[in-house]
Design a protein around this ligand. Structure first.
Ligand SMILES: Nc1ncnc2c1ncn2[C@@H]1O[C@H](COP(=O)(O)OP(=O)(O)OP(=O)(O)O)[C@@H](O)[C@H]1O
Length: 227
């Protein structure tokens, strides 16, 4: 079976001259459909850089990043934009919702950027994340956990193959954190989405199929609970 995401020997140098930082150092990673993989590690270890190359936001200095069988470094800008909009979903720390839009319109938003082959129904998706009863609310009327749920629905509406999640529980209490990461696990498993979640929250790692640790730009397997 082809992995959804295959990163091979990716090195990312940032800055210039004497100030060059090796944000990623020969990182290799394969993620299959339906897998939720957590990436933990200290601040500055390269976790955001990993999400950036996985999401085609940055090209590694060397090495390869493949989405399915497509090598991202060889893709033209227009196709790259389509891949980012339709085949990759992003979920950010605080939901990153548009202040003026209702929950249902947040979820519809990615469908307005271009033709999507097989979108999910926005209202059904809101129901699946437990937010259909607040479809007409704006972000300031929602709790942190509710905003995250809407943000997750928005990221999934195009049926992405790959979901990239950055610190989804940073603003949430313990109970809401469990619910949100449990939801990410269900969505990954039930809809065959390959998900990478960066987190500092050890309490949510039991929801994940694998836990990897990033240290000084290098990625290694971590033992759940000891990360
Ligand atoms: N634009 C840049 N120019 C130079 N160095 C950078 C740049 N962006 C990040 N870095 C450096 O690259 C390294 C990796 O940063 P990155 O943001 O990927 O780490 P992180 O693990 O996500 O950190 P955090 O947990 O604090 O978000 C750090 O040493 C950082 O200072």
């Amino acid at each position: 079976m082809t992995a959804v995401l295959t990163i091979t020997d990716a090195t990312l140098l940032l800055g210039d001259g004497d100030e060059t930082v090796r944000a990623l150092d020969e990182v290799s990673l394969e993620i299959a459909a339906g897998e939720l993989v957590a990436v933990v590690g200290p601040s500055g270890s390269g976790k955001s850089s990993l999400l950036a190359i996985a999401g085609a936001l940055t090209t590694p200095t060397s090495g390869s990043v493949r989405l399915g069988s497509t090598e991202l470094t060889g893709v033209k800008p227009r196709e790259l934009t389509r891949l980012r909009q339709q085949e990759i979903g992003f979920v950010f720390q605080s939901g990153n919702l548009v202040p003026a839009l209702t929950s249902i319109d947040q979820v519809r938003l990615p469908l307005t950027f271009g033709k999507v082959a097989d979108p999910r129904d926005p209202l059904e998706l809101l129901a699946e994340v437990g937010m259909d009863h607040k479809a007409d609310r704006r972000p300031h009327e929602l709790s942190g956990g509710e905003r995250q749920r809407v943000g997750i629905a928005r990221a999934l509406v195009t049926r992405p193959r790959l979901l990239l999640v950055d610190e989804p529980t940073a603003a949430l209490d313990r109970k809401r954190s469990q619910e949100v990461v449990g939801l990410l696990a269900d969505e990954s498993h039930n809809h065959g989405v390959a998900t990478i979640m960066v987190t500092h929250d050890n309490d949510v790692l039991h929801h994940c199929d694998r836990v990897l640790e990033m240290v000084d730009g290098r990625l290694t397997a971590a033992v759940i609970g000891s990360a």
